[in-house]
Design a protein around this ligand. Sequence first.
Ligand SMILES: [Zn+2]
Length: 211
Amino acid sequence: MKELDKLKAGFKQFRKYYFEENPELYRQLTEKGQSPKALVIACCDSRVHPAHVMNTDPGDIFVVRNVANLVPAYVDDGKTHGTSAAIEFAVKHLKVPHIIVMGHSQCGGIRALMEGSHESKTHTFIDPWMAIMTPAREQVAREYASATIDEQCHQCEQAAIGVSLENLMTFPFIVRALEANQLHMHGWYFDIDNGMLLEMDKAQKRFISVC
Ligand SMILES: [Zn+2]
């Protein structure tokens, strides 16, 4: 398992240079439990690890990752909803003060959506999952009809963050936390190509460079 050797060696490095050198941090995290300051909803993409990109410590962020960092609308049907379960745990039990939906450039899930794989039903699971973002796809198809597919994907990556933020508003416990001013929501976009972080200006519905 040569491919995994790097991961095992990496864990040894982590234990030696991080775990053993931060006994107080780990003592607090194990004795008092976690109290993360943000729920980060990120893509599964191997290039966009939130803890890595944001240089966080253990306990700082509660992360849920799925294909294309999507938030589905609230559905109370007794079925299995992994992302919604993570959101519920973070908001109801951990009482995170912030939710960050973090999209990124070169997103394969968004590209599949824009290229129309759902219409040919190419993927058993990806296509219905990405159909959550049909509103974003239709918006981009309307507003950027003559743009290249790369530009359309870029626009859809950002529009999808807006749709996810709207979908978060369909969760009753999130609305309650927002109304109580205990929760704040943010749309972030990691531009891998240029190593930039952008933040959504909700009023103007556009993304502005943070750093
Ligand atoms: Zn992605």
